[in-house]
Design a protein around this ligand. Structure first.
Ligand SMILES: NC(=O)c1ccc[n+]([C@@H]2O[C@H](COP(=O)([O-])OP(=O)(O)OC[C@H]3O[C@@H](n4cnc5c(N)ncnc54)[C@H](O)[C@@H]3O)[C@@H](O)[C@H]2O)c1
Ligand SMILES: [Zn+2]
Length: 695
């Protein structure tokens, strides 16, 4: 997207470019092609153009979309409308809504007499449907408002717009043709079957489908009427009835109206009531089976309408209260494959972060591999992303027209990303062949690994065997294995069995930080586990801590604190089992910090359990392979060592780094440290500094 879409227009040249970009986008938008811009971006661009024009009225370009129906860009047809088909003016908040109501009152010489009708603003394509003698004879698009295109070929494919009514009425109904969420999903499945590119979003699908004449397949759409008017000499009385009454007559005739949507048509006496209703509809938006982009408010009484009249573009007696955009276009950066508790392997889209409906969206759900194939998604694609309310964001479709050729196919996993077992691909939802066991395996493997309980000799094969035979269901079971069970394992002799049992017994005495780490609490890796253990001292104190108490640990914010508390509560049975098996639950040298401990004012200062050592207050990064006295130490052991010497271990070099320990084959971290002027020392020198702290 070019910069002019967000910035103010600085000069005539950027104004001209903005007008071109807007008219091109509109042309695509109204014809059912893929617009390069999402609505929020288009609206920003249009506002920038309008602001520029207000300041430079002499420079207004003839092609400017401002003040024109459909931005002047809709394909116009040959069918003359029975009455102009207008746009709607917009408001974006309560204050603007009140201002609109005030200006309307001024025009009317007093408040509206018949109240306001409030309906959803359906996000589809406007059409006029002409019924003569109860038969649907013609469908016309809005076009430029005075002439539209004949799209009568779509008659018979639109739910809610019957081709024959029960009574022989002659009238015209106007309304919105759209694809419901369900129809949209189905449409893209059909499109894929016929090798056609997917629709980028439901609106686009409705516009394209309405205009498409010769397709080998049918795509079902839905119609909701929002107005009814006389046609030829028929139904003249409609012109003198309240809007809400007209809608009743249209509905009685058998045409679907906005009143039949889940949010209905409501009349409100005051603008405060309208505002309240807008908020209710906004809250229900995410639950609707189709997209809305706002709420439409109309003076209900025909006398009020007549007095208010029209501008060149829109009625003055109606207004669209726009809701925040829930769809944006952004880039698909990657697809991650996560394995759920039951072994289901679910893809998740990683997106270039984009702001939708007040929050930043970085991930979106993708259902399964078949779904990815059906949607024809590629890495690098620009995609339409939808999010409303609390609903998890979803990718609607790629914007195929924006492909550059640099997109790459999405690689499907060939083995379980968690346990490397085979994948059962017989169902649409792929699953690790180990199912539930897959999660057990992964968490037990994690717990016994070097960084956690460090049970040497308990490799992947062994864990797999123990889980498959049902002898071990969680890592607490490892501590209660008896000699007989161990001897029963494949290729297990007496010597190695005893050795393994000895390692398991030794692992019971690991410090709390490692036991805690082994629990695999979300968001607490090795160093966070150390910090938590050093802060609280005992598992009992950790379990007694509430979210506020946890926030006292460096690096734990409110959000994380809540997650950790919830997970520890969930893990209670496992922790109890570990305690019963005799596993150590204390951090050596650190007193327990129970709730209520701390300073007089009740706020517990994080106390430094470890006395200030040679690395007090230094942030240390280790890179390359260690030699000399440190040769045997894993990264975890190195980090523990740094912390026991009073320092902070970190994995990346930044301005905050105090010291880089660079071993053999140190690469980019060393270069960066040198660039930042950070002190770099060799493992031997570091070992000297630490002296007898080295284990
Ligand atoms: N993405 C793009 O490139 C692009 C380009 C042009 C326009 N747009 C979008 O189109 C919109 C502007 O389009 P517009 O000028 O056609 O006006 P509009 O669509 O915002 O409002 C007028 C229309 O609302 C519809 N409508 C829905 N429910 C209604 C109801 N209950 N009562 C009355 N009318 C109802 C009618 O079809 C009417 O024609 C903006 O949201 C803009 O973002 C996007
Ligand atoms: Zn698995």
């Amino acid at each position: 997207m070019t910069e002019i879409t967000t910035a103010q227009l600085a000069d005539a040249e950027s104004y001209a470019r903005a007008v071109t970009e807007a008219t091109e986008a509109s042309a695509a938008y109204y014809s059912g092609g893929d617009s390069r811009l999402d609505d929020a971006t288009y609206d920003r661009l249009a506002r920038a153009i309008a602001a520029y024009e207000a300041e430079h009225p002499a420079e207004i370009a003839p092609a400017s979309p401002i003040g024109k129906i459909a931005g002047g860009a809709a394909p116009t047809g040959e069918v003359e409308h029975s009455a102009r088909m207008m746009s709607l003016d917009n408001v974006f908040d309560g204050a603007e809504l009140s201002a609109w109501a005030d200006s309307l009152a001024k025009r009317l010489g007093g408040p509206v007499t018949g109240g306001y009708a409030v309906e959803p603003k359906l996000d589809g394509v406007a059409v006029a449907a002409r019924y003569r003698e109860g038969r649907l004879v013609q469908l016309v698009t809005r076009g430029d408002g005075s002439h539209g295109e004949d799209v009568s070929h779509a008659i018979g494919t639109i739910v809610g717009l019957p081709d024959r009514l029960d009574t022989p009425v002659t009238f015209e109904v106007r309304g919105e043709v759209l694809l419901t969420t369900e129809q949209f999903e189905r449409a893209n499945v059909i499109r894929a079957e016929f090798g056609a590119t997917p629709f980028a979003n439901p609106r686009n699908g409705a516009a394209g489908t309405l205009r498409a004449k010769e397709r080998p397949y049918v795509i079902e759409m839905t119609f909701w009427s929002y107005s009814g008017l006389p046609l030829d000499d028929g139904s003249a009385e409609l012109a003198s009835l309240a809007h809400s009454r007209v809608m009743e007559i249209v509905a009685e005739a058998g045409v679907q109206t906005t009143a039949a949507t889940p949010v209905g048509l409501r009349t409100c006496a005051s603008i405060e009531e309208v505002q309240q209703r807008v908020e209710e509809i906004a809250a229900l938006r995410a639950t609707l089976p189709f997209g809305i982009d706002g709420v439409v408010i109309k003076a209900d009484d025909p006398a009020d309408q007549e007095k208010a009249g029209f501008s060149s573009r829109a009625p003055r007696w109606a207004i669209a209260y726009k809701l925040p955009a829930v769809e944006r276009v952004t880039r698909l950066l990657a697809v991650e494959w996560n394995v759920g508790r039951t072994g289901v392997i679910a893809p998740r889209a990683v997106l270039e972060p984009v702001e939708i409906d007040g929050s930043t969206v970085t991930y979106a759900t993708l259902h399964n591999p078949a779904d990815i194939t059906r949607r024809d998604l590629w890495i690098g694609d620009q995609v339409t992303v939808y999010k409303a309310g609390d609903i998890i964001p979803r990718i609607e479709a790629p914007v195929v027209q924006l492909r550059t050729g640099a997109e790459t196919p999405i690689a499907f996993p060939t083995e379980c990303p968690r346990c490397a077992s085979d994948i059962d691909t017989t169902q649409e939802r792929w699953r690790c062949v180990r199912g539930r066991e897959c999660g057990q395996l992964a968490s037990i493997r994690y717990a016994v690994a070097r960084d956690c309980l460090d049970i040497d000799g308990m490799g992947h094969k062994l864990v797999t065997q123990l889980v498959e035979s049902g002898q071990v269901t969680d890592f607490a079971d490892v501590f209660t294995l008896d000699r007989e069970q161990v001897l029963g394992l494949d290729r297990m002799g007496e010597v190695s069995a005893d050795k393994l049992l000895a390692t398991i017994a030794a692992a019971k005495d690991r410090p709390l930080n490692r036991v805690f780490c082994a629990l695999g609490v979300l968001g607490t890796g090795r160093s966070m586990s150390r910090r938590i253990a050093r802060h609280f001292g005992t598992m009992e104190a950790i379990r007694a801590a509430d979210a506020t108490a946890l926030e006292a640990v460096a690096g734990i914010g409110a959000e994380k604190a809540r997650v950790v508390v919830a997970q520890i509560a969930e893990l209670a049975p496992l922790i109890d089992k570990l305690t019963a098996a005799g596993v150590n639950m204390t951090e050596p040298g650190v007193p327990a910090r129970m709730p209520g401990d701390g300073d007089a004012d009740g706020t517990a200062e994080p106390h430094e359990a470890v006395p200030a050592g040679p690395l007090a207050d230094l942030t240390v990064v280790v890179t390359g392979s260690m030699t000399g006295a440190l040769a045997e130490l894993s990264r975890t052991a190195m980090n523990e060592l740094i912390e026991s010497a009073g320092g902070r271990a970190s994995s990346s070099v930044s301005k905050k780094t105090s010291l880089l320990v660079a071993g053999e084959k140190a690469g980019s971290k060393r270069a960066k440290a040198e660039e930042l002027g950070i002190r770099v020392i060799a493992p031997e020198e570091f070992a000297e500094l630490l002296g007898d702290l080295i284990p």
